[in-house]
Design a binder for this molecule. Sequence first.
Ligand code: PEP
Length: 256
Amino acid sequence: MRRPIIGGNWKMNKGLPFEAADMLKKLIPLVKNINNVDIVITPPYTALIPVIELTKNTNIMIGAQNMYFEEKGAFTGEISPIFLKELGCSYVILGHSERRNILKETDEIVNKKLKKALNFNLNPIVCIGEHLNERETNKTKEFIEKQFRLSFKDLSDEELRKTVIAYEPIWAIGTGRTATPEQAEEIHIFIRELITKVYNSKTAKAVRIQYGGSIKPSNAKDIFKKENIDGGLVGGASLQAESFSAIIEAANNSSF
Ligand code: PEP
């Protein structure tokens, strides 16, 4: 049985310590009785220290939205996995589509970051997903297979099991347009088939695959009901304690 995981990706929002703290003070009591879901929040780097402090001894884990693949040195503006680990992060998002598209991160870069995160015992959440163009030209599976093979290249069986895959169709991110539960489930099944091909069926059954793309309290229940969907990565709706906790609740209920 895979444990659902809900990530709240704050992106470039709530980066000031007081606004991050305001949000957490509302969220912590709302989710304190959630026992069957891993809850992860990824604030901007500038809010990591207060957020880690405030969530100590709670059921909320903290991650970063990105990191660099080197440990230290002349890499102006980059963040080392050592910093994240030492501060108390347990997760890191890698290869988010905004980083791939706006900041031109390639599958090769994502692969280097992934290996480095695993070396430092940071649990990676690696995003993959097609653009609208691939979806409309029936090339979604071809595109996902290429991204999977390159981004996860040379990972051992054990390393892949520690990695969370976030299937995030780009056309559904921040657009209000959600993949239907059936569309999402089809790709989650396809990713498990790929893992079976490249690794084995035991690993395919063990790896957690989240869906991401305009999840809201109103659609979360139907998405999480699908057998191959192990929770979600949430952007916009993770910025309000009420909507984020309702999504977490839906994942908690789907785990029974
Ligand atoms: C995301 O940023 O990963 C995401 C899924 O955003 P949204 O929920 O706003 O579509």
